[in-house]
Design a protein around this ligand. Structure first.
Ligand SMILES: Nc1ncnc2c1ncn2[C@@H]1O[C@H](COP(=O)(O)OP(=O)(O)O)[C@@H](O)[C@H]1O
Ligand SMILES: [Mg+2]
Length: 180
């Protein structure tokens, strides 16, 4: 039996008392991949955003999102910041809005290592190139110096994946990128 990593219980996300997500429960076990499918507007994005504490301020979330033995819905903003990037990462749909247009992609991936793993600038830059290689970006040393608009859409998406994978938990375990 694999360990349960994420346990969402009776999650409800409401706007002015009206539920946009109504009573959803699901568990994700170690090594498992879960797909959530549904028509546009049924609440998929809100469900995912709430597991990272990123739902709009006007929304009230109730129920439980258990991760690492704690109900994340009780988190303070400071506690959320630790979860994001170190525990749970999100790969956003639109890489152009997820990336900073005025910073090179190498610096943006490196920043994850500086913020979450306490690497110095040099180490972080090296790890960023390693990560770009891991997500199969060709010529990563040169690409690291590129700005988002200089890459193709597919490469930008890979940069965002590299940022999500810069997560401590994933790096410390054996990475098997064939599975991506
Ligand atoms: N900021 C917001 N304010 C009010 N309602 C919102 C907001 N964001 C999303 N909603 C509503 O919540 C519902 C679920 O949206 P969403 O999770 O984005 O759907 P999906 O990702 O499944 O297409 C929709 O009815 C949408 O209109
Ligand atoms: Mg959506």
């Amino acid at each position: 039996m694999q360990k349960t990593i994420l346990d969402v219980r009776r999650l409800r996300v409401a706007f002015r008392g009206y539920p946009a997500v109504n009573d959803i429960s699901y568990q994700i076990k170690q090594g498992e991949i879960l797909g959530i499918v549904g028509e546009s507007g049924c609440g998929k994005s809100l469900t995912a955003l709430t597991t990272m504490g990123l739902q709009p301020n006007v929304m009230q979330a109730s129920g439980e999102v258990i991760f690492d033995g704690k109900n994340l819905l009780e988190n303070t903003e400071k506690q959320w910041q630790k979860v994001r990037g170190e525990g749970i990462a999100m790969i956003f749909q639109e890489p152009m809005t997820a990336l900073n247009p005025v910073t090179t992609v190498g610096e943006q991936v490196a920043e994850m290592f500086e913020l979450h793993q306490g690497c110095n600038k040099k180490e972080a830059a090296e790890k960023a190139i390693e990560m770009l290689n891991v997500v199969h970006i060709p010529d990563p040393v040169r690409r690291a110096k590129a700005y988002p608009h200089e890459l193709s859409g597919g490469m930008r998406q890979r940069v965002v994946i590299a940022m999500a994978l810069a997560c401590k938990l994933l790096l410390s375990s054996q990475m098997n990128l064939q599975r991506l």
